[in-house]
Write a protein that binds this ligand. Structure first.
Ligand SMILES: Cc1cc2nc3c(=O)[nH]c(=O)nc-3n(C[C@H](O)[C@H](O)[C@H](O)COP(=O)(O)O)c2cc1C
Length: 343
């Protein structure tokens, strides 16, 4: 079991821990809004590109997509950006309520407008989970989850017209492995996909801390090395078969796979998927359950439709594929400073 997050030993872990400190109340309204934004930025987001900007005014926060942080190969229609904005909004709403700011939300084609009105503070166990949640790319313990837990998670995701399909039978999980393998193979053979992925990898702590974004190898449970060693090493050893085997092992160690399906296939529905997913992930975290995405079958264009048919959802688009179970905590991924996302 990795214990690095419990006992920080390096600059990376200290930076991660600093970002994860609990919600701070403040009498100063501007500090309070920044604190709420900090919670929003701890949300999951594709490639940890953090594709968001926040505009603050006394009783409002406007959340905008930052299209300069697109990942056009993995996410050509910005689906993941809108899901990520939904995740960030969910954190923001929960943190704000705990500080006595209740949110009315308007989702427009270009932004999400959050208007606050004052009310009694509404602390929730999910507030703490905002600081503890992570995408855990580790093997889980292979044990099933109880029906009560699965029901709690199903309820958590039941919002915004989003449907959650749970696959718990081993034969169904083996089916998911087949689609993940097919899709992952397609992505690994696509040089543009690999280049985009490599662009977002942070090979050592220095690179991770100095950018504050991207996929830190440490957070994936991998060893770190300076980029001039890590880059060529990645080119040599990041191979289709070993990656497929790794995903198969991770899926076999999981208690279940959850597939999120939005009401429609448009940005407003993808945003709702993000909110439902984040409520689900925070609830799982509060219950001691870890989650990690295995989105290859919804990203690889040739695999998405056969995967939908196999799921039995016809022509509907599956939006997220997530494995869950109990497992170790890995080092947290980083975020950019708040000043970089306010504008
Ligand atoms: C829409 C979306 C798609 C994602 N796709 C993947 C994925 O395919 N594989 C993966 O390992 N992580 C995926 N992630 C997880 C992000 O990489 C992760 O949230 C980010 O690195 C920040 O780490 P954290 O969630 O642990 O804070 C995705 C997250 C979102 C919101």
């Amino acid at each position: 079991m990795t214990t690095a997050a419990c006992a920080p030993t390096n600059h990376f872990e200290l930076a991660a821990r600093a970002m994860r400190h609990p919600l701070r109340e403040s009498a100063d309204p501007a500090t309070l809004l920044q604190e709420i934004v900090r919670c929003a930025t701890l949300a999951p987001n594709g490639h940890n590109a953090q594709p968001w900007m926040f505009e603050l005014s006394p009783d409002q926060i406007c959340i905008r997509p930052d299209f300069s942080r697109r990942t056009p190969i993995a996410d050509p229609d910005d689906h993941h950006i809108w899901v990520s904005l939904g995740c960030a909004t969910e954190n923001l709403v929960i943190a704000a309520a705990a500080l006595g700011k209740h949110a009315d939300i308007e989702v427009g084609p270009h932004n999400i407008q959050v208007t606050f009105h004052r009310g009694p503070s509404a602390p929730s166990p999910l507030v703490e989970a905002i600081f503890q949640r992570q995408c855990t790319r580790a093997d889980f313990d292979g044990q099933p989850l109880s029906n009560d837990v699965l029901k709690d998670l199903q309820r958590a995701a039941d919002r915004g017209g989003v449907r959650l399909l749970f696959l718990t039978e081993r034969t169904r999980i083996e089916g998911v492995i087949e689609y993940v393998t097919r899709a992952n193979s397609a992505q690994m053979r696509d040089q543009a996909f690999i280049s985009e992925l490599k662009h977002w990898i942070r090979f050592d702590d220095h690179q991770a801390v100095s950018t504050g974004d991207g996929l830190a190898t440490r957070s994936s449970g991998n060893p770190t090395s300076p980029p001039w060693i890590g880059g060529p090493f990645f080119n040599l050893f990041f191979r289709e078969k070993s990656e497929n085997d790794r995903y198969a092992t991770q899926l076999r160690s999981s208690a279940a796979v959850a597939v999120f399906v939005g009401a429609r296939s448009d940005p407003a529905s993808w945003y709702e998927v993000g909110r439902a997913y984040e409520h689900f992930a925070l609830t799982a975290t509060a219950l001691g359950i870890r989650t990690a995405f295995v989105n290859q079958p919804i990203e690889a264009p040739a695999v998405r439709s056969p995967f939908s048919r196999w799921l039995g959802i016809g022509s509907q688009r599956p939006d997220l594929v997530v494995r869950l179970g109990r497992g170790p905590q890995l080092p947290y991924s980083l975020r950019r400073p708040i000043a970089a996302v306010i504008g």
